[in-house]
Design a protein around this ligand. Sequence first.
Ligand code: NAP
Length: 304
Amino acid sequence: MLAVVNTAGGATPVELREVPEPRPAPNEALVEVRAFSLNRGELRLFQTRPEGWRPGQDISGAVVKPAADGSGPRAGARVVALTDNAGWAQRAAVPGHRMAVLRDNVRFEDAAALPVAGLTALRALRHGAPLLGKRVLITGAAGGVGHLATQIAARSGAHVTAVVSRPERGRHLIGVDEIVEGIDKVHGLFALILESAGGSSLAAAIAHIEPKGTIVVFGNSSGEPTPFSFRDFAEHPNARIQGFSYFTSEAEERFAPDLALLVLLIGDGSLKPHLVERSWRELAQIGPQLRDRQISGKAVFRID
Ligand SMILES: NC(=O)c1ccc[n+]([C@@H]2O[C@H](COP(=O)([O-])OP(=O)(O)OC[C@H]3O[C@@H](n4cnc5c(N)ncnc54)[C@H](OP(=O)(O)O)[C@@H]3O)[C@@H](O)[C@H]2O)c1
């Protein structure tokens, strides 16, 4: 079968190659992959992982053979799944407990946007629950995680302020009360801040957190450090900076229910991933565009 393989120093960071068929473990289903999505974090892995490594966490497709241990959906089910790697292939082995069944009205392409970005958005926002009536600030709002987080926060009743770099970056945002170009233009205090740019953005976030509020730090897209001290919290007593990893923030058995919740939100029309959709043969061209902040929302690839 064909799969995306790391070239480590090749002409393109990854390429399509013939590889052996997957051999699922007893707790894994065999899935025919129909679409997948690319995450900013995976761009870094292309640089650091060895030649021959197989990327791919976010996939959607159809179950060919269910897990032998009985976990997960039946044969033929349309699913979204989170794999550790090697998901960007014609077929993939997927743990039965990391899949959710797609409603008939949920496209493979939309579902493929969900695992890493959707789980990150959903789980990071839980640090501020209940969100009804609260002010929530989201940096990197135009990106894969950010645009899903703005929609889920709005759906949960929050008053959402989205930070983008330029006006056109915010055009696809839905449900936000306010779009601000740069965190330095933000006014007021927020009960919850989702911060992923780092550097001066995180420093500014501290200046906008309510007393006892929470800043969830889930990324450092700028690569810049943030010096801060106790005094920065003088006007924001007992505010909290919360480190975050979508993968370990909740128990392993919560993957399937959380993926199912995200699928439900797409199915009922309250979550609409904004996609740049391409053939998987264009992956190497789209990667640099994601790196250079030219992709709004999620880059999704069809296996054609
Ligand atoms: N901790 C976790 O579990 C976890 C999970 C998923 C992702 N992450 C991290 O969270 C961050 C966002 O992920 P994503 O998939 O949403 O990425 P993405 O789609 O590339 O979006 C990143 C957004 O950040 C904004 N940004 C601000 N300053 C930036 C800078 N200096 N360089 C690049 N982007 C900058 C961009 O805004 P504009 O478009 O307005 O320019 C862009 O829309 C990444 O750092 C990623 O590694 C962490």
